[in-house]
Ligand binder design. Structure first.
Ligand SMILES: Cc1cc2nc3c(=O)[nH]c(=O)nc-3n(C[C@H](O)[C@H](O)[C@H](O)COP(=O)(O)OP(=O)(O)OC[C@H]3O[C@@H](n4cnc5c(N)ncnc54)[C@H](O)[C@@H]3O)c2cc1C
Ligand code: FES
Length: 234
């Protein structure tokens, strides 16, 4: 484990904040860190840029992190896991806080001259973060307060998937399962990549708490899996 000092805390809404570190961590989009919030637990969080994580308060540790202050110290292990595979024509599909690793991927691909379309869904407009920072994006909200009224899977159904080299997805399990079924029906599972957020403890392949039905460890063989690598139940 190594320690870094927090440089800045950017509040996106009541429950979500980006925690910027004082230095960059050599890493690729899709990789995650084990973040030790002193006095609380150690939790896995995706990098949302080379020097940040973006976290939603859902329990004690994430709440403490969202409320942390510049100059606070946190402990890190990593980066761990298999990253996304870059492409020149990308469709990014995000649900809720699943946008965190995909924001890093978006910026990485844009810097390399790729064409990127972002489809981002959330409960309401205030849960949509970074809306002005994507080059080309469409939005969905459950209550219709921004963009398409309905869920992200319904919105993706209206898109011609044949023109994309890769499709990258991260978000809640029901959304990922809906996309998995849609891509299977449309015969594009081979170009889809899913980032999974299964419960983790060690982050390095030893404890078995993140293992999928087919034996793959999300922390080592993932967290990014190609659609064709995923078991029926994931
Ligand atoms: C590879 C990976 C990357 C992740 N990246 C991010 C990220 O970028 N931003 C972010 O906000 N969160 C991310 N998560 C989820 C994050 O790790 C959990 O929200 C966190 O561990 C919750 O800790 P807690 O102590 O605050 O809450 P707990 O008290 O541990 O849990 C609060 C509630 O959240 C549920 N929960 C806890 N962990 C998970 C999980 N992994 N999946 C689904 N539900 C869970 C619990 O069942 C409980 O209902 C990621 C998880 C993984 C495995
Ligand atoms: S978290 Fe321990 S094996 Fe994956």
């Amino acid at each position: 484990m190594f320690c870094v000092r927090i440089d800045d805390v950017i509040r996106h809404n009541e429950r979500v904040a980006t925690i910027k570190f004082e230095r960059k961590i050599p890493s690729f989009p899709g990789q995650f860190l084990m973040v030790n919030v002193f006095g609380y637990e150690e939790i896995p969080l995706s990098l949302s840029s080379p020097n940040s994580v973006t976290v939603k308060a859902v329990g004690e540790t994430t709440e403490a992190l969202v409320n942390s202050k510049p100059k606070d110290l946190i402990g890190l292990r990593g980066p761990f896991g298999r990253p996304f595979t870059p492409s020149d024509k990308a469709l990014i599909v995000a649900g809720g806080i699943g946008i965190a690793p995909l924001k890093f991927l978006h910026d990485y691909l844009i810097d390399r001259g790729a064409e990127v379309l972002v489809v981002f869904g959330a409960r309401t407009a205030k849960d949509l973060i970074w809306v002005d920072e994507f080059e080309n994006a469409i939005f969905a909200t459950d209550d219709g307060s921004e963009g398409f009224r309905g869920n992200v899977v319904e919105l993706v159904k209206s898109i011609d998937l044949s023109k994309f080299e890769r499709i990258y997805c991260c978000g809640p399990k029901p959304m990922l399962r809906g996309l998995f079924e849609l891509f299977k029906a449309k015969n594009v599972l081979d170009k889809a990549e899913f980032s999974l957020e299964n419960y983790m403890r060690c982050g390095i392949g030893l404890c078995g708490s993140c293992v999928l039905e087919n034996g793959a460890r999300v922390c080592v063989e993932g967290p990014v899996f190609r659609g064709i690598e995923l078991p029926k139940e994931f």
